[in-house]
Design a protein around this ligand. Structure first.
Ligand SMILES: [Zn+2]
Length: 167
């Protein structure tokens, strides 16, 4: 990602990054992982059993280690768009959703050798959602010029009203 400067700053992009980071501290995030956790034992050189932990994908049922990029906590119903200030409350509520809307899915990249046999569940789902977004006829694409990008000029009083109204 390009370095954020005052010149290229976009509040929507910035908030998305911050909120996505906060999602990893959401208690539901860890609970989804805890529920998918499976333990197994391997034998040490001395013959002693050693406990190991892996995680089961809710999509394919395969087991994965919790290393970077292998797993993703997925929103069953997508979080939704956030490019206008009106979409912020919906985005927040969509992101910090009920645990019943969250699944732990495998997420290894498409250039991983495993993807030659089976693409990871989260990549499959994300691609499907992106395709649906692209084909969905929205008011925006149907007519009118696109809205200008969200910048720092939010009316924060208006924003607070929207957040309150969404609760
Ligand atoms: Zn999977």
């Amino acid at each position: 990602m390009a370095k954020i400067t005052i010149e290229n700053f976009r509040l929507d992009v910035f908030l998305k990054t911050v909120l996505r980071g906060a999602f990893k501290k959401y208690p539901h995030f860890n609970e989804v992982k805890r529920r998918a956790k499976r333990e197994y034992f391997v034998q040490s050189k001395t013959g002693k059993p050693m406990r190991r932990v892996c995680f089961q994908c809710a999509g394919c049922g395969r087991y994965f280690l919790d290393v970077s990029g292998e797993l993703a906590v997925d929103h069953r119903n997508p979080v939704g768009e956030f490019t206008t200030v009106e979409q912020l409350p919906g985005y927040i509520l969509g992101l910090f959703c009920d645990i019943s809307n969250l699944d732990l899915l495998c997420n290894y990249p498409d250039n991983d050798t495993r993807a030659e046999y089976q693409r990871s569940c989260h990549r499959i789902k994300s691609a499907k959602e992106a395709a649906e977004r692209a084909t969905k006829p929205t008011k925006k694409t149907a007519k009118k010029k696109p809205k200008p990008p969200v910048t720092c000029s939010y009316d924060f009083d208006e924003l607070q009203k929207l957040v309150k109204a969404a609760k």
